[in-house]
Ligand binder design. Structure first.
Ligand code: NA7
Length: 526
């Protein structure tokens, strides 16, 4: 098996194959393992899922031995954890770093994948597994003059590992998604001036991050496997501390609702949106909780015009909400300025800054916090060809077509870990990764027993599946805004809702498919 990528997904795939005594080799473009946690080293980068949950569950010893220092782990700590996993399970000997996969072509005669890497080597394998990540392909904005800027330019998702010094510098940052919202408060502390260019205001919930209490950690460790099992029954496969949602919003009185929002705001994090179960189903319910957040923003930000500009007007939750430490209050600093791009987009980047609304803003350092070509970008950056030389790009020209987010017709023995059509980004990624890797691994065992050499999703199964994923989404408020879940952040990308909403029913479906001899997949023995 060839595995592309050595983040959480690629490493666990390697481990699982090793355990089964199979031959595996992973290729990783970075000079270290860790995937998104290797590349996203911008100031303030941290996970928005709590540390005790955002970790592998496959090894009880690992769970017991590793100690997290904070409620939400910072990026360097997650990277240390992944490196620890790579060392502990001796995964490095099957991981080739600094190696980018350029081509992955299915050779029909013999039924093998031929993979070419940027060091000029060619590899052959029966199976090719894409562990390329959902948020790994940089979304570079197409702004005229981007190359003409004479100062430093950095994209948050390709941050220099030696760090960037901001002392005494005028800094401009484009974007106000999670990456920017984490970076802005920290950059503002040292930069001489920080100008934030905002196209769309975003909802952000306070993290209330802090040291992880020893009692919290040991209480979880006492019952780790049971806690993970309970999490797997939750829609997003995490959030054990959130408690149950309080039913439908308008089944509670006005006072009860207000109290519930306040309590959840104090708790912090993504659990805020789990306050009632219909926040993403009922527009009125959503309006009320959105108003609550806007009120909080007005309470934090001193200048009323700035507060108004920072107040989002889309459905809360239809873009992934951010989790921050001191984001809104950063705009009370004298050295921070917010510039609205919603009425006047960036006209051009110049040698010394950028022009919008007919005015030039000058800075020494430009930060692009413009996000990712999510879920499909990394796959399309590789020349993947299946039967009859068809490229994946052609096959998915109207949007990704997959069965269970795991396979696509015309591309036998190609698996996508947390691919489009699976719950992936709407869940705890590590849990979804483990579920996929285990499923793929069981599928191998089955194929070996049955004497099958290839597996391929049927056209009818994948069409029905994509229809099903979109039907679920259409019953919610998710499709109402221009999110990266829909591909709407990348100009020209087909607008299709990509993740499957709901982890438990998805897992049930995967298990049913496997139990019914992988119904919806076709096998062949040649
Ligand atoms: P996001 O959430 O996609 O945010 C990107 C931001 O950049 C967002 O505010 C965009 O505005 C803005 N953007 C993108 N292109 C432009 C151009 N051309 N001009 C102005 N502004 C632009 O990416 P992040 O890296 O912050 O977070 C991604 C995920 O990582 C996050 O959801 C977490 O799950 C972890 P827009 O909203 O499109 O108007």
């Amino acid at each position: 098996m060839i595995v592309v990528g050595a983040g959480f997904a690629g490493l666990y795939m390697v481990h699982k194959m090793r355990q089964a005594g199979r031959s595996v080799r992973a290729f990783e473009a970075g000079s270290g393992v860790g995937g998104t946690w290797f590349w996203n080293q911008y100031p303030g980068a941290r996970c928005d899922i709590e540390s005790m949950e955002y970790s592998y569950g496959f090894s009880e010893d690992l769970e017991q031995d590793w100690d997290w220092s904070q409620r939400y782990a910072p990026q360097p700590e997650i990277l240390r954890y992944i490196n620890h996993v790579a060392d502990r399970f001796e995964l490095r000997r099957d991981v080739q770093l600094n190696t980018k996969v350029l081509f992955a072509h299915y050779v029909e005669t013999g039924g093998r994948w031929r993979v070419e890497t940027d060091d000029g080597e060619t590899w052959n394998a029966a199976f090719c597994v894409m562990a390329t990540g959902c948020l790994s392909s940089t979304n570079m904005p197409d702004i005229p003059g981007l190359d003409s800027f004479s100062g430093e330019t950095h994209h948050t998702s390709r941050w220099p590992h030696e760090g960037v010094e901001f002392i005494g510098k005028r800094v401009g940052i484009i974007g106000t998604g999670s990456s920017a919202i984490q970076a802005i408060p920290i950059i503002a502390e040292t930069a001489e001036r920080l100008t934030v260019f905002q196209r769309t205001a975003n909802f952000s919930i306070p993290a209330h991050n802090g040291p992880l209490a020893e009692e919290t950690s040991s209480a979880v460790k006492k019952d780790y496997q049971a806690i993970r099992a309970l999490n797997r029954e939750r829609a997003a496969a995490f959030g054990i501390n959130w408690g149950e949602p309080g039913g439908l919003t308008f089944d509670s009185t006005k006072e009860e609702r207000r109290q519930a929002y306040e309590d959840r705001w104090k708790m912090g994090g993504l659990g805020f949106l789990a306050v009632f179960e219909d926040i993403l189903m009922d527009q009125k319910a959503n309006d009320e909780i959105s108003n609550f957040v806007r009120e909080k923003i007005r309470g934090i930000v001193d200048d009323s015009d700035t507060a108004e500009l920072l107040s989002p007007h889309h459905v809360i939750g239809c873009k992934r909400p951010c989790v921050d430490t001191g984001y809104y209050k950063t705009f009370n600093r004298d050295n921070v300025q917010l510039v609205d791009l919603s009425q006047a987009p960036i006209e051009k980047i110049t040698k010394s800054g950028l022009v919008t609304g007919g005015r030039e803003y000058e800075f020494d350092c430009l930060i692009l916090a413009t996000g990712f070509d999510a879920m499909t970008g990394a796959l399309h950056s590789i020349d993947i060809r299946g039967r009859r030389g068809q490229t994946l790009l052609e096959k998915w020209s109207a949007g990704p077509l997959t069965y269970l987010g795991l396979g696509t017709n015309g591309f036998p023995n190609l698996f996508t870990i947390t691919g489009p059509g699976s719950p992936s980004v709407l869940t705890n990624m590590v849990t979804s990764i483990e579920q996929h890797v285990n499923w793929i691994s069981d599928c191998f065992d089955y194929m070996e027993k049955q004497g099958h050499r290839t597996i391929e999703a049927s056209t009818s199964a994948e069409q029905a599946w994509v229809g099903h994923v979109n039907e679920i989404a259409d019953e919610t408020l998710y499709p109402t805004c221009n999110s990266w879940y829909l591909g709407a952040n990348v100009p020209g990308k087909p607008r299709v809702f990509m993740p499957h909403i709901g982890f438990p029913p998805y897992v049930e479906k995967c298990n049913e498919v496997a139990a019914a001899d992988y119904e919806g997949f076709n096998f062949s023995a040649d």
